[in-house]
Ligand binder design. Sequence first.
Ligand SMILES: [Zn+2]
Length: 758
Amino acid sequence: MITAQAVLYKQHGEPKDVLFTQSFEIDDENLSSNQIVVKTLASPVNPSDINQIQGVYPSKPEKTTQFGTDEPAAPCGNEGLFQVIATGDKVENLHIGDWVIPANVNFGTWRTHALGEETDFIQIPNPSQSRVNGKPLGLTINQGATISVNPMTALLMLTHYVKLNPGKDWFIQNGGTSAVGQYATQIGRLLDIHSISVIRDRPNLEDKIDELKEKGATQVITEDQNGSKEFGPAIKNWVKETGGELKLALNCVGGKSSSGIARKLNNNGLMLTYGVEFITKPFDSGYLSFFYSINMSIALSSTRVLVESEIIEATIIFSPDTGKIIAIFPQILELEDPILKLYNVYIYKNVTPRVIMPGLVDTHVHLNEPGRTHWEGFETGTKSAASGGVTCIIDMPLNSIPPVTTVSNFQTKIDAAKGSAWVDLGFWGGLIPDNVCDLIPLINMGVRGFKGFLIDSGVEEFPAISNEDILKAMKEVQFEKTMLMFHAEMDHQELALDSSLDPTLYSSFLDSRPDRFETQAIGEIIQASSKFPTIPVHIVHVSTHLAIPLLAAAKQAQLPITAETCFHYLSLTSETIPSKSTHFKCCPPIRTEYNKKLLWDGLRTGVITTVVSDHSPCTPQLKQLDKGNFFEAWGGISSVGLGLSIIFTEGQKLSPKISLTEINQWCSINTAKQVGLSHCKGKFKVGYDADILVFDDEAEYVIDNRDVHFKNKLTAYNGMKLTGRVIETFVRGNLVYNSETGHSNVPLGKLMLEPRIE
Ligand SMILES: [Zn+2]
């Protein structure tokens, strides 16, 4: 019996926070006939291993209980060298003492031993086998342990993208002393391809140059020479002498170094940028930054692009394959610009004078599927979002049936959402009495946080919570990466409904939900927050301006409280709502013109941090428009996808007018942060998701119920004249909506189920 150990994690996060070692047993005396046991000789720590643990790498290992943990846990490490120490009786090709590496990724190489089958491994020669093969040096343990990533990267780059003629053609690379760089040099020599390695100046420069030349570099130059114009002709001569071309540049440095090697390429040359670290350079170098450009990409430019809280002239290059922004240049590129070629751009559009800005992240949307799919649904809801430049929405835990309050309910929701999202789609969990023990399992399944009601929610499957429930929940999740959100209305002192009130008048309804319902509830939440100040708390849909001083004081006291308001509270007012117009009913209610002004102030002073739709549709029957009784009609306003035009139009009436950068802050940057996605969404930055909208801020149009994409074509905005319209929407680099051609045929949104890392 072998007692082995492995490094594992149960949830994503920083390695120092989430890694642990686990002992497990391997019964090497009773192997089944195809099994082998290996022991680890060495395993490296690659940057991608760390990214996997953080949860930001595309591929990841399955979680398992095979290491004997109580909850499923994932092993770490992808590369490693193992030695066979025991074999079953039917194992044919491997013998004790052989060296092997894992045949597949996500093997989990940070461990002392492993049990597997022959097919789980690939044999590489051990030192004695190398000697027999006439290669006395053989592989060292370190080389064996790192043979599957770096040498393969170098080989792939030299052979897969450009045809290089042996004996004639050249490639140039920066980072010439890096691991991949040195492999490229050696493989280049084996393939008879000439190479130029660029290296940093250093004290023992001549020694380093000799060493690289010995390994196979044809020429070695310094970064200074790479950057100098005078040195260009020398390189041209080298290439001329061999009768070939300089066709390929390998970049792992970025900035000036990469433009240096790119300039030396012949016409139709290709630059490949590799490596996982994002490299950023300030504006003055002419390049914002680089990521990588192996795939085909799309470029959009305009004199008005919203980058880093400014509207500037820029070109954004992004990949529909990886979904990421690859590069941002602070100028409009000419069609012939070699940069477009370098990035394999196959679609390039200059959309001036339209604005290119980051997609909206709407964190408060009720899509009601499954169970109340006749109210809305993933397809119609996400298509509406796409039509208005909303590239990511977070679905509320109610009014679907079942609500997202348990693991199995959440699974039902996920199954219903698969394959029907036109934009990226994340989920909130629900906080109800008695589901405290479901909270952490739901966090591990990827809910962005939880919402609870301090007042009747309107649906029986989602009961209201008490103050005690709030404290219990805060205690339970106080050290988790999550957020608790509250519908903050509370009716402690039951209002005696005056039977003389006319229920078809909006003012009657408004009187029944006074401001103090909100302020009382917010007061209680602030109290609770002060007892558990590690857990972020968020007040959804603030409608009364009287909440603003309370929230400001809580912030002053360093409590982690944020608050949102909605497009309707910023654009509609109680004074203008006609009687019987129950499509204006929502809770908390739309209040006065005066209140609206002060909400805008609360937003612009940063007390209210986000603006969302609270898209909450239902069927026209439930709105009971014929009866027009505000007390009996279902509450909720549909507006997902209309928000950008609404807030932009309304904001033009303010002094000073609101800017698109403010909207970006409230509707993209701050909302992305609220849901733990600020590392990939909300702004234009290299390596971020290419969630992009093209906005015509001069277009004028009138909202017509018949044109909306909702399942039930009923809004509170019918007939409203708006300025500004979304022309195109890209989700992770893919066009999902165009105002002339409509939506993409296939849903390209993805379900955002990665547990929060921020
Ligand atoms: Zn809501």
